[in-house]
Design a protein around this ligand. Structure first.
Ligand code: NAD
Ligand code: 89V
Length: 346
């Protein structure tokens, strides 16, 4: 039997309420403390999940508790501070997406953990959604032949700011918040990108950042990929929080549609599969697909921490997703195609 690992959470806001519940689905990880600068929020979260200790100061928590890892569920502005704090205490850390506010900071975060000799992972969960895994398995099976074109769509009019009001104040919104998911799925499905061109728009006049982004990527694999994301799209069928896919290959195509429906079409036949994610009582129905994927990614992290192996979304892996995000902003600003440089970690 694997060793049970003790962990603490920093940040007890909107998302942590589900992420802690997702951890409690798993054998082998025990949450022993939570921290939030808001005393009442920390206390209520500890009570809700039966956690013995709560803190308002993260350093104090790491000083007092005996931990195997820490899960950082604060917003992007504090990710560097808390991952570096974990490194100082030689603690493995999991950090929520978007990993870092810029590439230099991301590199420093990675280097701090490397110097401390402890792993740093990024909670990038969308690739762990059941329908996305199923489509990837179909691609890998060769059934539709060599993929040459992919369309990855996250377009919605969901009132995202109701639950996450901080997103309305970000100068960089949809590419950082949703693009970190969408562009990570692009990498998961098609490998690394050679170049990209991005266009952005702000349709909602009450927010600070862009709420529409259209990205065309040429992948090293030869796939031409169109990744589109929007929170301004009033559509016949609201898709949130689904990512829809259409992938064309030399022998056929695969389409991921609403309600987890997957259509596979080849010259010989066309058939439908449904990849329903596992349902959890604690999941918010508006986010059920995403909440289910958190159990899957937490399991990947836990297995890695218990066995000293690598999960899929290490910080070094996510550095490349982050590079796509920030190069999209650069492309939109410069109105240019950007050739992607190979990240080097010596
Ligand atoms: P939130 O603002 O609701 O929660 C953040 C919490 O961190 C707050 O309670 C705040 O008081 C606390 N905090 C901030 N600074 C602190 C400090 N110095 N010390 C202790 N506590 C501090 O934000 P949220 O919506 O829960 O988002 C948190 C993270 O989760 C973000 O990075 C967001 O992108 C991510 N997120 C991920 C997904 C996903 O599917 N992976 C979905 C939603 C949100
Ligand atoms: O991932 C996020 O931070 C969220 C979601 C896409 C789930 O709404 O904004």
């Amino acid at each position: 039997m694997s060793q049970e690992l003790s962990f603490a959470v920093i940040g007890c806001g909107f998302w942590a309420q589900y992420q802690i519940a997702a951890w409690q689905e798993l054998e082998g990880a025990k949450i022993v403390a939570v921290c939030d600068q808001d005393d009442e929020r920390a206390q209520q979260t500890a009570k809700k999940f039966g956690v013995s200790n709560y803190y308002t100061d993260a350093k104090n928590m790491l000083e007092q508790e005996s931990l195997d890892f820490v899960d950082i569920i604060t917003t992007i502005d504090t990710h560097a501070e808390f991952t570096q704090l974990a490194a100082r205490y030689q603690l493995p850390a999991i950090c929520q997406k978007p990993f870092a506010p810029d590439m230099d900071t991301a590199r420093q975060m990675i280097m701090a953990h490397r110097a401390a000799g402890v792993p740093l992972f990024v909670h990038e969960n969308f690739r762990w959604q059941a329908p996305i895994r199923r489509v990837k398995a179909i691609l890998d099976s060769g059934e539709i032949g060599q993929a040459f074109k992919g369309r990855v769509t996250f377009t919605s009019a969901f009132p995202v700011f109701d639950n996450q009001p901080n997103l309305a104040e970000l100068d960089r919104f949809i590419l950082a918040d949703v693009g970190s998911h969408t562009l990570d799925m692009v990498r998961f499905l098609f490998g690394e990108a050679a170049n990209l061109r991005c266009l952005t728009q702000r349709v909602n006049p009450t927010i600070s950042g862009e709420d529409v982004a259209n990205v065309l990527l040429e992948m090293h694999s030869g796939v031409h990929c169109y990744a589109e994301m929007s929170y301004a799209s009033v559509l016949e069928k609201e898709a949130f929080p689904h990512t829809l896919l259409l992938i064309e290959g030399s022998k056929g195509s695969v389409r991921l549609d609403h309600n987890y429906r997957i259509m596979v079409t080849t010259r010989e036949r066309s058939y439908r599969k449904v990849a329903t994610p596992k349902k959890y009582d604690w999941a918010n129905p508006d986010y059920a697909l995403v909440h289910s994927s958190m159990v899957n990614i937490n399991q990947d992290f836990l297995t890695a921490l218990q066995n000293g192996t690598k999960p899929e979304t290490t910080a070094i892996d996510n550095y490349r997703t982050l590079q796509l995000v920030y190069e999209c902003y650069r492309s939109a600003k410069m109105k240019q195609v950007i050739t992607l440089e190979e990240p080097i970690f010596s």
